[in-house]
Design a protein around this ligand. Structure first.
Ligand code: PLP
Length: 395
């Protein structure tokens, strides 16, 4: 059997490669940070990590993690409800609820699991899910596992959402589902309008704050802070793998009855291991740190504003952004790869995205700003973009 299957896979892999869609992994031999070294020894400035608050190599978080190994051990060897819940897990859940102004939190191994295990335990074929067309893959997969009737609206298009909500009046319960920040453009979901429509058409709302938590809003509390609507939405999901230290872990936070039901019925929670004590302890420390001072959030916001304004002044076409994601539009797929390769020669590590990751003819380079970036890093990046942009006739 395997001979045939092997030939089949080899042909598929070759076609991925021919289409120019083969994903190669660059090997990094340093901790994650603003400056990293790749395996050929070259040092580059990193502008493509989700390390928004620059906490991935934080000395305070590393110390908290090391201490927790001594006090609480290495692994849990259990799911939460059998013998996998330590004081640290409960403290981290409470810290997340405090951060978002919600009632309770349930931890998962990743936000992919939080979203994968969210819908099926809560909604049935009698209900409706109304989902933004650009929602994350994990939301799409989670919705697929649920029998609710599905409606889709164009990205952040409130007229379309209203149309879909009208149709969804046929169902018993309605849940609007949206990312807080959309990862390819960096735009935020219009939560004020979504809130109004949810009230008008009697729907609940779920927000995935993976790219917005720690980033958006004056104190980084996410899109509910930005729109002054803290505590107004039923469900928020998010990750510990981006701004919040970048290790591993996801969560769903919101109304306490919803969280209680997820603890009973959510399959990735019931049938998958607890997060390790060191990750829980470092997470608790991380929420303490960003509660004590707003320095990292302020620096991230300043860095983003500075970078975007200088890039626009240099003549680049930047998608309007309200997050730390800055899409430098190049439109042409090959050009996006050429620019990214030349930037790497200049010591700037960024990624070019093109169809099918973004719509046809909308190829771009996604720059992700971090509080770990110093002004000289940003200036070096802007200068490299300007040089390469001129060489390739972009500006
Ligand atoms: C990154 C991301 C996830 C997945 O988070 P993990 O914790 O890495 O699984 C889910 N949703 C959105 C919107 C994301 O950006």
């Amino acid at each position: 059997m395997y001979q045939d299957f092997k030939s089949h896979l080899q042909a598929e892999l070759a076609s991925i490669e021919e289409a120019g869609l083969f994903k190669n992994e660059r090997i990094i031999i340093t901790p994650q940070g603003a400056a990293i070294r790749v395996s050929d020894g070259k040092e580059v400035l990193n502008f493509c990590a989700n390390n928004y608050l620059g906490l991935s190599n934080s000395p305070a978080l590393k110390e908290a993690a090391k201490n927790a190994i001594d006090s609480h051990g290495y692994g849990m060897s259990s799911v939460r409800f059998i013998c996998g819940t330590q004081d640290l897990h409960k403290q981290l859940e409470a810290a997340i609820a405090k951060f978002f102004g919600t009632e309770d939190t349930i931890l998962y191994a990743a936000c992919f699991d939080a979203n994968g295990g969210l819908f099926e335990p809560l909604l049935t074929a009698e209900d409706a899910i109304i989902s933004d067309s650009l929602n994350h893959a994990s939301i799409i997969d989670g919705v697929r596992l649920c029998k609710a009737v599905r409606y889709r609206y164009a990205n952040a298009d409130m007229a379309d959402l209203e149309e879909q909500l009208k149709k969804a009046q046929a169902q018993r319960f309605r849940l609007i589902v949206t990312d807080g920040v959309f990862s390819m453009d960096g735009n935020v979901a219009p939560m004020d309008k979504i809130y109004e429509l949810a009230n008008k058409y009697n729907a609940m709302v779920m927000i995935d704050e993976s790219h917005s938590a720690g980033v958006v809003g004056e104190t980084g509390r996410g899109v509910t802070e930005l729109f002054n609507l803290r505590g107004k939405f039923e469900i928020i999901t998010g990750t510990l793998g981006k701004a919040f230290g970048g290790a591993i872990g996801g969560f769903t936070t919101g109304k306490k009855e919803i969280i209680a039901m997820l603890r009973q019925r959510s399959r990735p929670y019931l049938f998958s291991n607890s997060i390790p004590p060191m990750v829980a302890a470092a997470g608790i420390k991380m929420f303490e740190m960003i509660d004590e001072t707003n320095d990292l959030q302020d620096k991230l916001h300043e860095n983003t504003k500075y970078f975007v304004s200088k890039m626009i002044a240099a003549g680049f076409d930047i998608k309007p952004t309200e997050s730390a994601i800055c899409a430098v539009m190049l439109y042409d797929a090959k050009l996006s790869q050429d620019v990214a390769n030349k930037l790497l020669d200049e010591g700037i590590y960024v990624t070019g995205f093109y169809y099918p990751v973004v719509p046809k003819g909308e190829a771009r380079i996604r720059v992700q700003i971090s509080a770990a970036h110093e002004k000289e890093h940003l200036d070096k990046c802007i200068a490299a973009f300007t040089k390469v942009g001129k060489e390739l006739g972009v500006i």
